[in-house]
Design a protein around this ligand. Structure first.
Ligand code: MG
Length: 371
């Protein structure tokens, strides 16, 4: 029996992770849960999984939780959430944003397995998190479906044999649209993703293609592959989750129906494969899979992410911070959809790079990006 902490338990990935834990009860005991606010959902999760400790970012919410569950160990604020980083054998990190960095560092410094879905942490603080993981013998297993696919395709192959990573992208809800259309996109339209059900931040990132850009940076960090060896492949059906091309010309791909529980479960049980509730893939039913090139002209966020990755240092952290602000402002109706890449481009222009950034440099770059 292994213990499991789910940091970000009320979000879309967190809920799927608890579904995985529910199906693998004999293998995982949910030890800790963390979320942003008090809600009926967190109360239900506590009743069902009986964790030892729970952290709520919002201090008022933590007080309410203490009232509702007098015997429960409750902590609050960013420090409370971060403190759960080393609370279990396996830590699943699925909060949105760089606020997950402390939890990630706590987990790897304690030598735990970190199953990571929070791409902002790997984009902005990836170098640091991997350096610490190597030092402390911690495992980092990606939960994002594309990176899980690449991770699975690389099993048993040496890095020297890798020629290229091919990250698939559905293209988002506005694939094929032109600039005139994109200028007028509303938050409501941007939140309706054709394949995956996701939170608001990642849905907007999917619509701008920034999600794919962040995933390119993330892949570079996780698999130590430079930008030139990572390509984006448009694949609207989201059945092929990503591919690896090897130096002999072979390409390996991982396929399944689009269901996040597969990647989550694999990150928890790796290297073992266990039965899962994920539906079987029937390619004869699907019949046809399509592939194409990304539209870099109408979706400039993708190119900006490549640029940030190539420049390295604090550029990815600035890009990520600026993107979080731009998306929030767009969702509030304070700016247009195409203002997101305009804002990011300006930020990158004004950035003075710092090579091999330490934690303070990353946090400062993030702050600069956000302002
Ligand atoms: Mg993804």
């Amino acid at each position: 029996m292994q213990t499991l902490a789910v940091i970000g338990s009320t979000g879309s990935i967190g809920r799927s992770a608890l579904d995985v834990a529910r199906n693998l009860k004999e293998r995982f005991k949910v030890e800790a849960l963390a979320c942003g606010h008090f809600s009926p959902l967190i109360c239900e999760q506590i009743k069902e999984f009986a964790p030892k400790t729970v952290a709520i970012n919002d201090p008022a919410g933590a007080l309410e939780l203490k009232k509702a569950f007098p015997g429960l160990e409750v902590s609050s604020g960013g420090e409370g959430v971060a403190s759960l980083g080393d609370s279990a054998d396996v830590v699943l990190l699925s909060v949105v944003g760089l606020c997950g960095l402390d939890s990630a560092l706590r987990a790897v410094r304690a030598g735990k397995r970190l199953a990571i879905a929070t791409k902002e942490v790997l984009v902005s603080g990836g170098e640091l998190v991997f350096r610490e993981a190597r030092k402390h013998g911690a495992e980092i297993i990606p939960v994002d479906s594309e990176h899980s696919a690449i991770f699975q395709c690389l099993m048993g192959s040496g890095r020297e044999s890798v020629k290229r990573l091919l990250i698939t992208a559905s293209g988002g809800p506005f694939r094929g649209k032109d600039k005139t259309f994109l200028e007028r996109v509303t938050p409501k339209e941007a939140l309706a993703h054709p394949v995956w059900k996701m939170g608001p931040k990642i849905s907007v990132d999917s619509a701008t293609m920034m999600n794919k850009g962040l995933e390119v940076i993330e892949a570079s960090r996780i698999f130590s592959v430079p930008a030139e060896k990572i390509d984006v492949l448009i694949h609207p059906q989201s059945i092929v989750h990503s591919l690896v091309e090897f130096r002999d010309g072979a390409q390996l791909a991982q396929l399944s129906v689009p269901d996040m529980r597969l990647a989550i479960q694999f990150a928890l049980t790796y290297p073992e494969r266990m039965p899962s509730p994920v539906a079987w893939l029937d390619l004869s039913e699907i019949g046809k899979l399509e592939f194409g090139k990304p539209d870099m002209e109408n979706f400039p966020c993708l190119g900006l992410a490549y640029e940030a990755l190539k420049r390295g240092g604090i550029f990815p952290a600035v890009l990520n911070g600026a993107n979080e602000t731009a998306v929030t402002r767009f969702l509030r109706g304070e700016c247009g959809f195409m203002d997101i890449p305009r804002f990011l481009e300006k930020k990158l222009e004004k950035t003075n790079n710092v090579k091999d950034p330490a934690l303070e440099d990353i946090l400062e770059a993030d702050r600069f990006g956000r302002e």
